[in-house]
Ligand binder design. Structure first.
Ligand code: ATP
Length: 325
């Protein structure tokens, strides 16, 4: 049974916008990323799932229970985007208030509050007024509210938008820890490089329609490129240290195997290393046999440091999917 399952879930605003016929399955214990351009329908979908919007049609189940079953909400956490917390309360008082909304006893709240403050990196700041928190700290206290009830499923809308790079890394690590404890995380974020590092699966929506769901690497299809790092000017048949290109005979042999050297770029100099260049090899048919490719390069006297097949980045694949979808 998936943690989230939707069947043709639809919400329109007087027949316009929103999202339409979304059928999604989010497995338990994964970090799932929802992507889409502005106005695609992401917030509409999340709001329906957390019970803030009534669907126009379709069905959904959270943790095996239908959306109408409000008892499931105790097992769910939610960090809305850009939410303004009661800034006259201290962080601890805010959490105590949220604990009462979750129906936690005073003892449970007292045990849980220091734990979540520590988890989000606000261990020492609980007594401070939320109004005196920085934007990053406000985002962290929001995350603490979402994690307060130790939920099985947590929805996070742009959880790192106000954080610095260190804070982002801390939140990513926290998400990975949650997954290790069997929790399911549903992330809504525009930071594709971030989603790329943590998400097991993604969904892409555009104009309210689902274009893709699954492992984002599936979007890449078969690999079409390899990055090869070579020493420059050594053994390439030309006695200059700035030679970037391959000898003509090598390019000819590669072409016969369906491989083209499309780009050669010098790499920044590094102490104790010979000057190096990066070659981009591209093919359109069958992927080459990498050991044979290395053998060919070595046969032509090319000192090879590294060969890595290249998959597209999530950003490239996302832009391509949106453009074609
Ligand atoms: N309350 C509303 N009344 C009318 N139309 C709405 C309402 N809320 C959203 N919409 C429309 O529904 C569509 C989806 O909006 P939604 O906010 O769900 O998108 P989103 O993907 O979350 O966008 P963003 O990335 O900009 O936050 C848009 O066309 C939007 O104009």
């Amino acid at each position: 049974m998936p943690a989230i399952e939707t069947i043709e879930l639809t919400k329109t605003y007087q027949g316009h916008g929103g999202c339409r016929e979304i059928s999604l399955a989010v497995p338990h214990g994964c970090i799932f990323g929802l992507l889409g351009p502005n106005g695609a329908g992401k917030s509409t979908l999340v709001k329906m799932l957390v019970g803030l919007l009534q669907p126009t049609s379709g069905e959904a189940r959270l943790l095996g229970r239908p959306l109408e079953d409000v008892s499931v909400r105790k097992r769910i956490g939610f960090l809305p985007e850009g939410f303004r917390y009661h800034d006259w309360l201290s962080g601890e008082d805010l959490l105590r208030f949220h604990a009462s909304l979750y129906g936690l006893s005073s003892r449970e709240a007292s045990e849980r509050i220091p734990v979540v403050l520590e988890m989000v990196g606000l261990g020492e700041q609980g007594r401070k007024r939320v109004g005196a928190y920085s934007k990053g700290m406000q985002q962290r206290i929001g995350l603490a509210c979402a994690l307060l009830s130790d939920p099985e499923l947590v929805f996070l809308d742009e959880p790192t938008s106000a954080l610095d790079p260190i804070g982002r890394k801390e939140v990513r690590d926290l998400l990975v820890q949650l997954r290790a404890r069997g929790k399911t995380v549903f992330l809504n974020s525009h930071l594709l490089s971030e989603l790329e590092t943590v998400c097991d699966r993604i969904a892409i929506i555009k104009q309210g329609r689902l274009l893709f769901q699954g492992d984002w690497r599936e979007l890449a299809g078969p690999l079409r490129q390899a990055r090869v790092v070579v020493s420059m000017g050594i053994g390439v048949g030309v006695d200059t240290a700035v030679t970037l290109g391959a000898p003509a005979a090598l390019t000819q042999e590669l072409t016969l195997s369906g491989i083209t050297l499309t780009k050669a770029t010098p790499l920044p100099a590094e102490a104790d290393k010979p000057p190096r260049a990066e070659w981009l090899l591209t093919w359109s048919e069958n992927p080459p046999d990498i050991p044979r490719l290395v053998e060919t390069l070595v046969r032509f006297g090319i000192p090879v440091h590294e060969v890595a097949p290249l998959a597209g980045s999530l950003e490239e694949l996302f832009l391509e999917t949106i453009a074609n979808g």
